[in-house]
Design a protein around this ligand. Structure first.
Ligand code: NAD
Length: 436
């Protein structure tokens, strides 16, 4: 394929050199003449292990070209990969002016110059851009061109310092596009990587890169916060984290990474509070971990606000314990939710397949008595009973009885807290997911 790589910084140069090494005819274009001259001279314009040799090889074989002329790069190209910067603008916004300018330049070439032999051109954003950018900024600029043209977001996951290795072994190849031809063009372009190309919704692809970077930043701050406290407590945090990382069931795993309701139960809130207390006593600040409690509070607030916004009076709460198949109600966010809704004057009816007030004992019983003293009166034997007359169902349970009752007699609003209710419930007219 003929590929134009627009922007020859870290991402663009690695991308251009690697694609050129794997059989594509690559034309890198940059407004910076120094970078273009570097590549023409067989040097990488950015310091990256192994990149000089790859650039020199591509240039020598005639598969890698560099130019300041967007026309030379984009004319007859099948794909444009936009790798320009998206730096921070005022108040942290992503500055999209380089993206806009680069796509305008590409569109101007496609408007006047010879089309590719395939008759189709894909404009693909590899820069990190906020969800909605392709739809709102890129697609309008490439509409109504004389050549068929589609747009996509294909997030780049390489890290500086291991850029080439990361390019060849990306954790994922994700293409966000609504255009089938763009999906197939990129499947062909990256065919040599032997990784499946996952075609998804454009906004999902745009958001994915932010999710990854936010997670990486959170991981670094998480471990540094713990280290700050553990050192003061005489604990070697390197040893703790080395063991921590050996747990690939709960720690380094997809566990706890599904969007859903607030955390709760008898351990997480209690132990976080204890850790934060230790930090206060030791003079260490742990704003990230303190923030998790604040975030958890916001999740519960949001559900209360959504119920209020429904204009309902009667609410069916399907699922009460903090997790399915347990009757442990200690610090269950559902109990907190029920308490707040009752406090706001809602009539709340609760169904939980496991919770039986007459069998609650010890700390569990004391907790419920302090939070929901009339639980026995609020609980129903069957989800149908809880749903009767309710205008809103707030659902965290996913047992068959609940799913069947919702499908048979759904109220006007169903607020899903688990994301596991399945298609029949998700297609109900009043369905809304908590975070999806
Ligand atoms: N650096 C990384 O490790 C990395 C990894 C993944 C994603 N990203 C994202 O990729 C994007 C690019 O990052 P980078 O570090 O390669 O940026 P960079 O600043 O190193 O390079 C951007 C290049 O684009 C050029 N440019 C700007 N406008 C242009 C135009 N209209 N036409 C042609 N060239 C133009 C600039 O001259 C510059 O050489 C950013 O959105 C970044 O967030 C970066």
């Amino acid at each position: 394929m003929k590929v134009a790589v627009v922007g020859l910084g870290y991402v663009g140069t690695v991308t251009a050199a690697c694609l050129a090494a794997n059989g594509h005819d690559v034309w890198g274009v940059d407004v910076d003449v120094v970078k273009v001259d570097d590549i023409r001279a067989g040097r990488s314009p950015v310091a990256e292990p192994g990149l000089d040799a790859l650039v020199a090889d591509g240039v020598a074989r005639g598969s890698l070209h560099a130019t300041t002329s967007c026309e030379a790069a984009v004319e007859r190209a099948d794909v444009s990969l936009v790798c320009v910067g998206t730096p921070s603008a005022a108040r942290g916004a992503a500055d999209l002016s380089y993206i806009r300018r680069a796509v305008e330049d590409i569109a101007a070439v496609l408007r006047t110059c010879a089309p590719p032999a395939s008759g189709h051109h894909s404009v693909v954003i590899r820069s990190t851009v906020p969800p909605g950018t392709v739809e709102q900024v890129v697609t309008p600029l490439v509409a109504d061109l004389p050549v068929a043209c589609g747009a996509a977001m294909c997030p780049e996951f390489l890290r500086e310092g291991s850029g080439i290795a990361d390019f060849y072994q990306p954790p994922l190849i994700v293409v966000g596009t609504a255009a089938d031809r763009v999906g197939s063009a990129l499947t062909e372009l990256f065919g040599f990587l032997e990784q499946p190309v996952q075609v998804v919704d454009v906004r999902v692809a745009e958001a994915l890169k932010y999710a990854c970077n936010a997670f990486h930043a959170t991981k670094v701050s998480f471990v540094n916060e713990l280290a700050r406290l553990f050192r003061l407590l005489g604990v070697d945090s390197r040893e703790v984290m080395s063991l921590f990382c050996q747990d690939t069931v709960l720690n380094i795993s997809p566990s706890y990474l599904r969007p859903g309701f607030a955390f709760g139960g008898s351990c997480l809130p209690k132990d976080l509070r204890s850790l934060l207390h230790l930090a206060r006593m030791s003079g260490a600040d742990l704003p990230l971990l303190a923030g998790t409690l604040a975030t958890n509070e916001l999740v519960i607030n949001e559900v209360v606000d959504r119920v209020v916004a429904c204009g309902a009076r009667t609410v069916a709460l399907l699922g009460l314990s903090f997790k399915m198949n347990t009757d442990d109600l200690r610090e269950s966010p559902n109990v907190e939710l029920a308490e707040r809704l009752i406090g706001k004057g809602f009539e709340v009816r609760i169904y939980d397949q496991v919770v039986n007030p007459s069998r609650l004992i010890g700390a569990n019983r004391r907790y419920v008595e302090s939070k929901l003293p009339h639980l026995g009166r609020l609980l129903t034997q069957h989800p149908d009973e809880a749903l009767r007359g309710a205008e809103v169902a707030v659902v965290s349970a996913t047992d068959e009885a609940v799913l069947g009752a919702l499908a048979a007699s759904a109220p006007a609003h169903v607020i899903d807290l688990s994301g596991r209710l399945g298609q029949p419930v998700e297609s109900l007219p009043g369905y809304e997911g908590l975070g999806w």
